[in-house]
Write a protein that binds this ligand. Structure first.
Ligand code: NAP
Length: 287
């Protein structure tokens, strides 16, 4: 890709060397998004992956270099800024951290998306100070994700601006002040699709119960959810106000609301999010 094909929005990533340790679904979502938006060129990206078939496939599809050695991928190769994205599964983390120990230069930024991996653990294991911890969610795979992130104090403003651009490839990115807020975001946005999919499933089943075919019910439910979300975002009104707009006296919505309140829908959701938060905190203590 030539320079004139590279567009810039947010911080410029044209002089950043990007390394991806573990080129699975999420790493691919990030670099595919960056390449699609023209924010980086393929020759800026090096990935590492244990399987030769996956290495070859990624090289063919994206033109990026993919090597076997995690250390070789993470090494700083030039005077350019360098960001190393850690995207392996939590179960592989300790092995990979041991491999990477001592390889990062102080000015490199490590960006971890590994669920439950705390800044302190990463800093200690890698003997490295400039670290970003990010928590994306599954819609990131289609560029519609929500990613909360925080950093150690050693990540400077200019580096943070680049992190913003990089995570923007996954959808909405939001910097949060504390690591506890990453646990909170784990419960709300990273676990969020679970709440939505379960409600989606329940509504589709309710449609089938009334007599719609499954695919008709699914189409009706998905578009209703999508339309309601877009409407809420565009109108910027409080959800209760939007709900009141469709609740006529003695009507169908009023009848449905009565049953949802009777079944404690709000309390169940609140308890589910709180339980997920407690679980995120507990898993962080273990790791
Ligand atoms: N997916 C999400 O929506 C999501 C959301 C939030 C956070 N995360 C976090 O993102 C991280 C990556 O998730 P993912 O969904 O992208 O998982 P994934 O698709 O399994 O990606 C991990 C990749 O790492 C490779 N790998 C295995 N051992 C390795 C090693 N020793 N060195 C280098 N690479 C190795 C795996 O290879 P194989 O294919 O051979 O196993 C796999 O391709 C996880 O820590 C997860 O907690 C994911």
């Amino acid at each position: 890709m030539s320079d004139d094909q590279i567009t810039t929005s947010g911080a410029d990533l044209r002089d950043v060397q990007l390394s991806f340790i573990g080129c699975g679904i999420m790493a691919e979502s990030i670099f595919a998004g960056l390449l699609r938006k023209g924010l980086v060129a393929p020759d800026q990206i090096t990935g590492s992956h244990p399987r030769a078939a996956r290495r070859g496939d990624l090289h063919t599809r994206y033109g990026i270099q993919v090597v076997e050695s995690n250390r070789a991928a993470a090494e700083k190769k030039s005077s350019d800024d360098s960001m190393v994205v850690l995207a392996v599964k939590p179960q592989r983390l300790s092995v990979v951290l041991a491999e990477l120990k001592g390889v990062l230069q102080p000015e490199q930024v490590l960006l971890s998306i590994v669920a439950g991996a705390k800044l302190e653990t990463l800093a200690h294991e890698l003997q490295h100070a400039a670290i970003v911890r990010a928590m994306p969610n599954t819609p990131a795979q289609i560029g519609e994700g929500t990613t909360a992130w925080t950093t150690t104090p050693e990540v400077n403003e200019a580096q943070q601006a680049k992190v913003r651009t990089l995570l923007g490839a996954l959808g909405l990115e939001m910097r949060v002040e504390t690591e506890n807020m990453i646990d909170m975001a784990t419960a709300l946005s990273a676990t969020g699709p679970t709440y939505i999919f379960m409600m989606m499933e329940a509504l589709v089943d309710a449609g089938v119960h009334m007599g719609f075919s499954r695919h008709v019910s699914q189409d009706l439910v998905i578009q209703t959810m999508l339309g309601s979300v877009l409407f809420a975002r565009e109108s910027a009104k409080h959800p209760a106000e939007l709900r009141n707009m469709v609740t006529s006296p003695g009507g169908t919505s009023a009848e449905a609301i009565y049953q949802m309140e009777k079944g404690s829908l709000r309390t169940v959701l609140s308890k589910a999010v709180w339980a997920a938060y407690q679980r995120a905190v507990a898993l962080g203590k273990k790791g």
